[in-house]
Write a protein that binds this ligand. Structure first.
Ligand SMILES: Nc1ncnc2c1ncn2[C@@H]1O[C@H](COP(=O)(O)OP(=O)(O)OP(=O)(O)O)[C@@H](O)[C@H]1O
Length: 232
C-alpha cells in the first residue's frame, strides 16, 4: 500500500482550550490513485492532510508513505521527506510575487536532481505564453496552474491539495480539476485532495468522509466520471 494511516490522534491546546481534532483515524491509499477528503468545516480534514504532509506531528498512531514511517522522523528527516516525496497545492497559491511564472517553477526544479522538463510541464499546464509574467498579471486559475507546475516539477510521489479550487469560480475550478486528473494519468502521481466541493468525489478513485475527527465513510468508486463532465 502506498499510504497507510493507522489510528492517528491529534489534539491542540492545553487545559480548557484542549481540543481533540483527530480521534483514531485509519485509512489507506494505493499508489497512483486520486482521493478526496470531505467533511464539515472544522472536522479535521486539513489537520489530517498536514499530518500526512509532515507539516504537523500527530500525538499517536503511524503514517507510512511509500514505506517511510513519517511519525517517527526527526525534524531534519521530515524536511527531506517533504522535499523528496511531496508536492503541495494550497487554496491561495502562495507564489513568490517578485518572481515570474517560470522562476516560481524553477525554485522547486532546483530541489531535485531529476526534475521533470520545465518547458514540457509549462506546455502541459498551458503556461508557456505566461512564463515571463508575474503572479499579479495572472488570473486566479493561471496562478493555480503555476502553483501546480511548481509542485509537480520535482516529480513528487504524492501531491497534497488543500482546497485547490477554493478561491476559483466554476470554470476555473473545472479547469484545475481537469489538470489534476491529467497529472494523475500522465505522471502517475498519487493525489490527495481536501475540498468542500462534493462533486469531486465522482472523479476520484477513493472517498474519505470525516466528521468530528473520525472517519465516517471510506470507500472506493466503482466507476469514475471525467473531471470535465462534473456538474455542481
Ligand atoms: N494550530 C492549531 N491550533 C489550535 N487549533 C487548531 C489548529 N489547527 C486546527 N485547529 C482546530 O482543529 C479543528 C480542525 O481544523 P481543520 O483545519 O483540520 O478542519 P477542516 O476540516 O480542514 O476545516 P475547514 O473545512 O474549515 O478548513 C478546528 O476546530 C480548528 O480550530
Amino acid at each position: 500500500m502506498f499510504l497507510e494511516v493507522r489510528e492517528i490522534e491529534k489534539s491542540y491546546g492545553t487545559g480548557e482550550s484542549h481540543t481533540k481534532v483527530l480521534r483514531g483515524v485509519s485509512t489507506t491509499l494505493e499508489r497512483g490513485k486520486m482521493c478526496i477528503i470531505l467533511g464539515p468545516s472544522g472536522s479535521g480534514k486539513s489537520t489530517l492532510l498536514n499530518a500526512i504532509g509532515g507539516l504537523d506531528r500527530v500525538d499517536k498512531g503511524s503514517i507510512v508513505v511509500d514505506g517511510l514511517d513519517i511519525a517517527k522522523l526527526e525534524q531534519k528527516e521530515l524536511v527531506l521527506y517533504r522535499k523528496n516525496y511531496l508536492g503541495f497545492i494550497f487554496q491561495f497559491y502562495h507564489l513568490v510575487p517578485n518572481l515570474t511564472v517560470k522562476e516560481n517553477i524553477q525554485v522547486c526544479e532546483y530541489l531535485t536532481s531529476s526534475p521533470l522538463d520545465l518547458y514540457e510541464l509549462q506546455d502541459a499546464l498551458g503556461l508557456t505564453e505566461h512564463q515571463n509574467k508575474f503572479p499579479f498579471q495572472l488570473s486566479g486559475g493561471q496562478q493555480q496552474r503555476c502553483a501546480i507546475a511548481r509542485a509537480l516539477v520535482k516529480n513528487p510521489r504524492l501531491l497534497l491539495c488543500d482546497e485547490p479550487t477554493g478561491a476559483l469560480d466554476y470554470t476555473m475550478s473545472k479547469e484545475i480539476l481537469v489538470l489534476l486528473e491529467k497529472v494523475n494519468q500522465d505522471y502517475g502521481t498519487t493525489v490527495l485532495i481536501v475540498s468542500h466541493n462534493i462533486a469531486i468525489k465522482d472523479m476520484v478513485h477513493k472517498v474519505i468522509e470525516i466528521k468530528d475527527g473520525k472517519i465516517e465513510k471510506d470507500y472506493r468508486n466503482e466507476t469514475i466520471i471525467p473531471a470535465g463532465d462534473l456538474e455542481w
